[in-house]
Write a protein that binds this ligand. Structure first.
Ligand SMILES: *Cc1c(COP(=O)(O)O)cnc(C)c1O
Length: 385
């Protein structure tokens, strides 16, 4: 039996120990954490929908009508009218024939790899993909191979290698917006390679939906790629949409196939109907106006401009995720604590979430940050960096 205490102590010495801070307020521009009021620069609630009155009202109304628990899996009798409506709405919003709801993004990603791939198949992933995509490949029983981050020559070589190894199915999957880096996959380049090699292409748009594209329709809309070119589109509802859960969008046949075969769809309880109702309200807000996207975009540009003026080195990102590379885990943790003491909540992201020696402060911007909030952050960062 391994010595748990010793391993925990080692982690602590390496600056890799993780602690949960206790949130005592809703998500928002300002939050209360461990009793202290802070400006929030690390949540994924980019548009401020997690505590939006219309979204909350939809949740409450649905809970009054349908109760809280969904009672069973979608394939037993947990598939409520509101889940069904949300699937139809998501498919329409993202311009796909159909969509399928999952309780979390992690489970949606497991579903796709496990349904489509098994022994004898290959899954090709960007090296910096989200952990859930990497885990999905490993759990599927297929062979996981990785290519250099956003290097599509490297993707091409891996595709050729899979063909020489006689892989039956080939699934290529990538974050559309990289969760810890904020940069984007070149979707057109990916579609070309995948079509040429008859490989499935799957995009995980957890950080693109709600943020990028026409009224937040996501990365395909943003990069002007028609949905026919991306057979599997996945996105989550717990980030910009402010609620919880996720979906996979694709053809009729893909969705029916997932319903029949995806274990993380079949063997789990459906999300509460009220959560689906809240997501419907979020989509409504996006459809009605793109003012939140515009404010967020303004804040991203403003942040980058001030950082440049203060000679703070940023990573190549045009999205709401604007990390500052620190390197050592200890140093990142220390900076995060110093910022906390000055009233800014920014998480230190450390290995194994990011590769060794690339610990970072993962700053995220919100639509409701003011210019003064951003100016205050940059001034404080300048003092410590
Ligand atoms: C957050 C995230 C997920 C997981 O989604 P959950 O709904 O939180 O389980 C998957 N992929 C990416 C890129 C993410 O950022």
């Amino acid at each position: 039996m391994k010595n748990l205490r010793r391993e925990l102590d080692q982690r602590q010495q390496q600056g890799l120990y993780r602690r949960r801070r206790v949130l005592q307020s809703p998500q928002g521009r300002e939050i209360i954490v461990d009793g202290q009021s802070l400006l929030n620069f690390c949540s994924n609630d980019y548009l401020g929908l997690a505590n939006h009155p219309e979204v909350k009202n939809a949740f409450i109304t649905a809970a009054k009508q349908y109760g809280v628990g969904s009672g069973s899996a979608h394939l037993v009798n947990g598939h409520c009218k509101l889940h069904h409506q949300l699937e139809e709405e998501l498919a329409d919003f993202c311009s796909y024939p159909r969509a399928l709801l999952f309780s979390t993004g992690y489970m949606a990603n497991l579903a796709v790899a496990q349904s489509l791939c098994g022994r004898g198949d290959s899954i090709i992933e960007d090296k910096l993909n989200h952990a859930s995509l990497l885990d999905a490949a490993q759990l599927s029983g297929g062979k996981l191979v990785r290519y250099v981050h956003t290097d599509y020559g490297s993707l091409q070589s891996q595709l050729e290698a899979c063909h020489s190894n006689n892989s039956k199915e080939i699934l290529v999957s990538s974050d559309a917006v990289f969760s810890m880096d904020g940069d984007e996959a070149d979707i057109k380049a990916m579609t070309q390679h995948c079509q040429q090699h008859e490989a499935w292409l799957m995009l995980d748009d957890a950080h693109g939906l709600g943020v990028l594209g026409d009224h937040g329709r996501g990365s395909l809309s943003h990069q002007l790629v028609p949905h026919q070119q991306v057979p599997i589109y996945m996105a989550t509802l717990g980030k910009a949409m402010g609620t919880a859960g996720a979906f996979v969008a694709g053809s009729e046949d893909l969705i029916e196939y997932l319903i029949q075969t995806a274990r993380s769809y079949i063997y789990t309880t459906a999300m509460p109907a009220a959560v689906a109702a809240a997501s419907l309200a979020s989509i409504n807000i996006l459809r009605e106006s793109d003012s939140k996207q515009q404010s967020l975009l303004h804040n991203i540009t403003f942040f980058k401009q001030l950082a440049r003026q203060s000679e703070i080195a940023l990573m190549p990102s045009n999205t709401a995720i604007q990390p500052i590379l620190i390197g050592s885990a200890d140093k990142a943790l220390e900076l995060s604590q110093q910022l906390f003491d000055k009233g800014f909540h920014i998480a230190a992201i450390r290995p194994p979430t990011v590769p060794k020696d690339t610990a970072r402060l993962r700053i995220t911007l919100r639509a409701d940050h003011s210019e003064n909030d951003i100016r205050a952050l940059i001034n404080t960062l300048s003092d410590y960096l």
